[in-house]
Design a protein around this ligand. Structure first.
Ligand code: NDP
Length: 332
């Protein structure tokens, strides 16, 4: 079995030397345990955000992360050999588990019946990012037909789903992401109405043009300056779902907050952050609804797959650099 262990707190952008790849020998199974072999592993922005000098506790445990794994040995009747399991097992090829949730605790569940879909969807559209889009948009923004919804990080795992769910709800959707190629995919394939390239466009003036009546909902995946620009163009009683702030995850100093209080007050905006496990008791609702929308052809998903467990670190940093479209995963 192999695992990646964090050796140094990331300082700025993660470096390869911050982690080490280890070989480990696993003990025999005890009653109630099963052994699972990773099929696909997830690389996510929270892995960068979670590593902070104040909170990180070093150990020989595998680095944090979700995976979908095949059960290859079992002494737990709820987790039989041959089935797939989805869990926060970390960056490791083999895991002994008793089925309880682990540190970064999305639940450990048997892969639900997903028909012909590849098992990797359990890490994306039918997993944590899918539920982030579903609950984060619908519960916090409550988008109404005819409203204008802006989503940043629009071509990623969460953002690409948020925009499509907003379309399902009858909204006009503007996606913001980092390349024109991503933009073509969003408007051409996924049905987004408009696209803004935050690297090359003048976001402020383009947004004014594309949303002449203002923005009603903003699903914020990135934070920073970009989000301030959007928030200044929001309508009265607009709603902001604060999902992530990837623009700041690699900052070495806390950046000066952009001033957003004036529009929050004058437009009486509602801004709320969330962690998707807030809806842990409704976990299967999100998965089932997204699955239904996929079957109806209303929700499309994309994956960027890196081959080989050894390439976890490269897949992780490629995702942070924006090389992924849709969900970034590693095929073990
Ligand atoms: P993505 O698939 O969206 O991958 C990250 C993307 O972020 C990259 O593809 C890149 O695309 C973009 N990005 C990187 N750096 C910057 C930057 N400086 N400014 C703007 N965009 C940048 O990841 P996820 O969909 O998994 O996650 C999206 C966000 O949602 C993250 O902030 C994450 O932390 C958050 N999240 C929060 C959860 C919660 O419970 N609150 C749960 C899951 C995710 P580009 O080419 O557009 O730059």
């Amino acid at each position: 079995a192999k695992k990646f262990v964090l050796r140094k707190i990331f300082d700025g952008f993660p470096k390869k030397e911050d982690m080490s790849l280890e070989v480990e020998e696993l003990p025999p199974l005890k009653d109630g345990e099963f052994l699972a072999e990773a099929a696909y592993l997830s690389v996510d922005p929270y892995m960068r955000a979670y590593v902070k000098p104040e909170t990180w506790v070093f150990s020989e445990e595998a680095f944090i992360g979700g995976q979908v794994a095949k059960i290859i040995e079992s002494k737990n009747p709820k987790f039989p050999v041959g089935k797939y399991v989805v869990g926060s097992f970390g960056w490791r090829t083999h895991t002994i588990s008793n089925g309880n949730a682990t540190l970064v605790s999305t639940p450990t569940i048997l892969l639900p019946d997903i028909g012909d879909l590849p098992v990797s969807v359990a890490l994306g559209v039918l997993g944590m990012p899918g539920n982030t889009a579903y609950f984060g948009l619908l519960e916090l923004c409550q988008p109404k037909p005819g409203e204008t919804v802006v989503v940043s990080g629009a071509a990623g795992a969460v953002g690409s789903l948020v925009g499509q769910i907003a379309k399902i709800k009858g909204c006009t959707v503007i996606g913001i992401a980092g390349s024109d190629e991503k933009g073509k995919w969003l408007t051409g394939e996924l049905g987004f109405d408009h696209f803004i390239n935050y690297k090359t466009d003048d976001v402020q003036s383009k947004l004014k043009k594309l949303a002449p009546k203002g923005v009603d909902c903003y699903f914020d995946n990135v934070g920073g300056e970009l989000s301030s620009i959007v928030i200044y163009q929001m309508n009265k009683f607009g709603r902001i779902s604060v999902c992530g702030s990837i623009a700041n995850y690699n900052d070495t100093k806390r950046s000066q907050a952009s001033v957003i209080q004036p529009p929050v007050v004058s437009q009486q905006l509602k801004m709320e952050g969330f962690i998707v496990t807030r809806w842990i008791n409704r976990w299967m609702e999100g998965i089932n609804q997204n699955m239904q929308w996929i079957k109806e052809g209303k929700l499309k998903y994309e994956e960027t797959v890196t081959e080989g467990f050894e390439n976890m670190f490269e897949a992780f940093t490629d995702m942070l650099k924006g090389k992924n479209v849709g969900k970034a995963v590693v095929k073990a």
